[in-house]
Design a protein around this ligand. Structure first.
Ligand code: SF4
Length: 744
């Protein structure tokens, strides 16, 4: 067979590197001398330095070399703006950008897409030109949802990918380790730096029977910091897209990712998506694409698929699961609104050809009995390819015939992009979706909406009853002829018998001549702004710094950089900085977003006060409590204080990812050597930080507190900077340093 096989038909010059896995594992096996799980084989097969990398599951940090990066349009904006500052002309690994999150569902696919193209024009223009400039693949609005496009075009067995979206693990259905990360990690990998991941624990899930009941997999609990690796004979009973669904939903139990071993179902899917050569190549290396005999897991869970019953999850949280047979009782006991207003199927989770075919089989049966849907019913195809194929093969007509509305190939109502008009805000009502998340307000911004989650089959059956208490397995419906009937088991082809119809071409490859491409950013835009490099350290000892805020208690990345309406400004650092720390509680007065300006003596919001100091040439510090910056990995939480002129964040302790993000942006992340010293800080103190001129790993600083009664105290501060990170601080940011090195 071929010795060079491209990762994707769309990237003929970027090859799969199975030989590296092979070579790395020789080194690793010699060191560890034990059988390896599949997760370990793929991860260690991508180590930057297999010979000296410290490997302890659950403890050490691995430096890895991912094969590729994927970004969705909401998170791509700041990631690419930052990458532009690195001074490189091409991303170091193949990278794609997907326009899926910003399309609002209102009246139907085509019109909604046109409206989104207008509303988001500046964002799409920026992404289209920046991807062209830096050699990234660009998937236009209407192409589909990131995870479906990855499965169809880019995922391959044994690959390692990072993506700036939490459901990136979807690609585990094709045997790839795919992890959701923040923009800062994506920028590192695009710029050629290794990616750091805490060496995951591995949970083995042994599937022992043959009947697919995906919903029950969600009952697996507690995946934090672990890869969920499926094994056992039951694996063979799952379709490739079914495996992708399970991996996608694994994000809901907090797993690092989920993973299936390479098998013939993956081969079928690779062939159906015209990637026969990858399937053959993977076969030659299949010894590296499954777990070793006797591999040890940190935990093993057995699931007998034949014993699982379909579940309905919710409302308000994905981990409240009720078996279908008990659901009617739960609805009545909890007084959940019984009328089912809307059923929604599709999204990145459940929109394969198989899912759509099964839903269509139910719709056809209802239609034969003269029924249309009682509830509203929407269908979101996961990709243009799925949409075009079900349009050609008749499933779409079957769904539309009974009243279904086909939405754009995009996230739509799953991420709150839903201009819902059938109920008023605050009105209690029920909806059911086949999406993966159902947090309060996520779909329609109405906190009174009870959102339930079920399989697409179940959702489709329920919209014909229009009532949450309906159990399609046991209950009957009355047809137009007055006769009652029960739904047959849904059925449908796993893969399209006539092959996929690619539909409209929605992919933009980087042009051959990229030098002449101008990146489009309108200087008047309120959603996008080019980044200016931060100033390097001035070499001076910082003295008399005011404390912007002494934050008390929990201060997560949501307190530091709020979401909701602010998401729109993710590509505009100046505008989004107006949310900086507005959720943090001021220890002085117990209030949020109300701090004393130490120069004027007036109370004002945190961002305005920070900007005042910055504009008067005064650097400032923030004091924080335990685990400061926990939550998401979003880099805005570190960019904003830096942009507003902060020098140091001093806490009892940091969440690790946020601490690293602060360092990357050129800020000092410092901790009290004695956490009790937090109490010595008075909000009106001015502080000096001593020791910067001899900044070295492991060497403490001294913090001088100048109280406003004239007294002084000195307390020690620790830091976790290594040599390289100290250079980031001196250069002003990691990207500044990178740009400096690129020029050399
Ligand atoms: Fe995320 Fe939903 Fe879009 Fe999937 S469909 S990527 S879960 S927003």
């Amino acid at each position: 067979g071929a010795t060079k096989v491209p990762m994707s038909l769309l990237e003929p010059k970027a090859y799969i590197n199975y030989q590296r896995i092979e070579d790395n594992l020789i080194v690793i096996r010699d060191r560890l001398k034990r059988p390896l799980t599949l997760s370990e084989k793929i991860l260690y097969g991508h180590l930057d330095d297999p010979a000296s990398q410290d490997i302890v599951r659950g403890t050490s940090y691995l430096k890895l070399r991912p094969d590729r990066v994927a970004c969705q349009d909401a998170t791509a904006q700041m990631a690419i703006l930052q990458f532009m500052s690195a001074g490189m002309d091409t991303a170091a690994v193949p990278t794609t950008v997907h326009c899926d999150h910003l399309i609002e569902a209102q009246i139907g696919g085509a019109k909604d897409l046109e409206r989104a193209k207008n509303i988001n024009k500046e964002v799409y223009d920026f992404l289209a030109t920046a991807t062209a400039k830096y050699g990234l693949g660009f998937w236009k609005p209407g192409s589909g949802i990131i995870h479906q496009i990855i499965l169809e075009n880019y995922a391959f067995p044994g690959g390692l990918m990072i993506g700036t979206d939490s459901h990136t693990p979807n690609a585990g259905g094709l045997g790839m380790i795919a992890c959701g990360v923040g923009g800062a990690d994506a920028v590192d990998v695009m710029a050629g730096l290794p990616w750091e991941l805490k060496c995951p624990k591995v949970i083995g899930v042994n599937l022992t029977d043959v009947i697919l009941k995906v919903a029950g997999i969600l009952t697996v609990k507690g995946g934090t910091g672990a890869i969920v690796e499926y094994t056992g004979p039951g694996v063979e009973s799952l379709s490739c897209t079914g495996m992708a669904t399970i991996c996608n939903m694994g994000a809901e139990i907090g797993a690092t990712t989920s993973l299936f071993p390479f098998n013939h179902r993956m081969t079928d899917y690779l062939k159906a998506t015209k990637r026969d050569s990858i399937a053959e190549y993977a076969k030659r290396f299949q010894h590296n694409l499954k777990a070793d005999e006797g591999a040890e897991y940190d935990q093993v869970i057995d699931i007998d698929l034949s014993e699982l019953e379909p579940h309905i999850n919710g409302p308000f949280t994905p981990d409240l699961a009720t078996p279908l047979s008990k659901f009617k009782e739960a609805v009545e006991q909890n007084n959940w609104p019984t009328e089912l207003k809307v059923g929604l199927i599709g999204s990145c989770t459940n929109s394969s050809y198989e899912d759509m075919s099964r839903a269509a089989s139910i719709a056809r049966e209802a239609h034969e009995h003269g029924l249309s849907t009682k509830s509203k019913f929407t269908i979101t195809p996961g990709s243009e390819q799925v949409r075009a194929t079900i349009a050609r093969d008749g499933q779409m007509a079957a769904l539309e015939e009974v009243g279904g509305l086909v939405l754009a190939n995009a996230c739509g109502p799953c991420i709150g992009q839903w201009d819902r008009r059938d109920v008023k805000k605050g009105e209690s009502n029920s909806i059911i979706t086949s999406y993966n998340r159902n947090f309060t307000g996520r779909n329609d911004a109405n906190p009174a909406t009870h959102a339930f989650v079920a399989s697409p089959d179940l959702v489709t059956a329920m919209v014909f009853a229009g009532d949450l208490r309906f159990n399609p397995v046991t209950d009957t419906l009355t047809g137009a002829d007055g006769k009652s009937f029960k739904f047959s088991d849904p059925s449908g082809n796993e893969l399209p018998p006539r092959g996929y119809d690619p539909g409209e071409n929605t992919f933009q490859a980087p042009p051959a001549d990229r030098a002449s491409v101008q990146v489009a950013v309108d200087p008047k835009s309120d959603r996008l702004q080019l980044l200016k490099p931060f100033q390097p350290w001035d070499g001076k000892t910082p003295t008399d710094l005011p404390i912007l805020i002494k934050a008390q208690g929990k201060c997560t990345t949501d307190h530091i950089s709020a979401g909701g309406p602010w998401l729109k400004y993710r590509g505009h650092l100046e505008n989004i900085s107006q949310n900086c720390l507005i959720g943090a509680i001021n220890a002085e007065n117990g209030e949020a977003n109300k701090v004393k300006n130490q120069i004027t003596g007036e109370y004002a919001g945190v961002p305005a006060t920070a900007a005042y100091y910055r504009d008067h040439g005064i650097k400032w510090v923030v004091v924080g409590d335990h685990n400061y910056g926990e939550g998401s990995s979003r880099e805005h939480a570190a960019l904003e204080p830096r942009f507003l002129g902060g020098l140091a964040i001093i806490t009892r302790s940091f969440a690790r990812i946020h601490e690293t993000n602060l360092k990357k942006q050129g800020m000092l992340a410092l901790t009290f050597v004695d956490p009790e010293d937090y109490d010595k800080i008075r909000p009106t103190d001015k502080v000096d930080i001593l020791g910067l001129e001899s900044f070295a790993p492991g060497k403490n600083f001294a913090l001088v507190l100048k109280h406003d009664d004239g007294s002084k105290e000195e307390i020690p501060l620790a830091h976790s900077f290594n040599e390289g990170q100290i250079e980031w601080f001196k250069a002003g940011s990691a990207l500044n340093l990178m740009a400096k090195n690129a020029k050399k």
